[in-house]
Design a protein around this ligand. Sequence first.
Ligand code: FAD
Length: 403
Amino acid sequence: MLCARGGARVTLFERVASPQTVGAGILLQPTGMAVLARLGVLGPVLERGARISHLRGFTPGGRAVLDLAYAARRPDLFGLGVHRGSLFAALWAALEPAGVEVRTGVTIEPPETDADGRFRLPGAPERAYDLVIVADGSRSQLRAAVGPVSRARPYPYGALWFIGRDPDGRYDGVLHQVYRGARQMLGLLPSGAAPGSPERLCSLFWSLPMQGPRGVDAVRAAGLEAWRRAAIDLCPAAEPLLAQVDSMDDLLTAPYYDVVMARTHRVTPRGRGAVVLGDAAHAMSPQLGQGANLALLDAAALADALTEAGAFADPAQVAPALATYEARRRGPVRTYQRLSRWLTPVFQSEADAVAVLRDAFFGPLCRVPPVRRLMLDALTGVKTSLIGGAEPPRLALPGPQGP
Ligand SMILES: Cc1cc2nc3c(=O)[nH]c(=O)nc-3n(C[C@H](O)[C@H](O)[C@H](O)COP(=O)(O)OP(=O)(O)OC[C@H]3O[C@@H](n4cnc5c(N)ncnc54)[C@H](O)[C@@H]3O)c2cc1C
């Protein structure tokens, strides 16, 4: 959309023939919301989302392991739990007015260059392109044709997800997690409303190994009641949501991927290029709740680099713009990749001793101002290096909450 508004002729290809507004909730951070504001879709997303003021994590005995308030970083900050469908619907509706041609039901094959140094897409060969933006998700089949992939593997742990009704707003305001060691984790994320429905929703996620005796197949085979009992035992507060699960088929399995690319772009001798964005370039475990936010930040950074280089008027400037883009995104993306790789085993693994240390020290550390600041920078999505962070963006909020 940002490229179309900049003057480029943009075509979006989507493999799914009729994209559906499905999925559980995700947490948007101030950084992601700022990009949505730039795209002109923050209003509808806010309207259907649920504001999150705190991230709180506990042991089953009620000991606080994590207690982070967005307002402790800056009083105007908050996260937004949003149904994936509502985020999708807002973005999808904005494509056509922005001048983006949308073609669904087209599976793109790795791009090839023609004799003019422009790109041809084997799935849609009728046009040549000056820039190909690859954003085909964590299991990308296209990224290797653009740049070297250093790592693309699944995490040993993933999650089962369910989205249920929360008519009384019982879970409002807090991303609530309960941990038993690092082997069990249940999370509750208020997720606003799905498109076309006034019902307030809350997502429930249950962390588990993907394989083995405690893995997805074993849990599914043991049946709904065994799982429900274990989940209620870990987090009795989740019972009203758990009561809404009618069968194991209501639970979606979500694997997590760890993807690292040594370089995310390539250029042709005529200065045209291809670039990989979002999960295709840097899928990570959702422990830090950053994936969609990083994808939005990638998009904004790319549009900025192309605009600054004058690439919308002169396609030969695509190449320097991609180099600028890569240099700007490398630090923040690498930082979140590392943090996510280090933190995931602290919450999702067989590392019992690490969990004991976590339960003993994380709670007190959250109260030490410099450490709290580092944690809040990581949460709000502004980290640029392991110790550095930018100032979180200020959102010009529509409506009475605005400045
Ligand atoms: C359980 C779970 C919880 C999460 N929670 C959060 C959270 O709280 N906050 C957060 O920010 N992020 C979260 N994430 C991460 C977030 O979902 C992803 O980072 C985000 O969806 C990445 O967006 P993307 O556009 O890069 O890829 P995707 O959303 O995967 O989109 C890729 C698109 O490309 C299409 N496609 C694929 N191949 C082709 C092809 N060959 N040709 C044409 N089209 C193709 C697909 O159909 C799809 O529509 C979570 C992820 C999981 C699994």
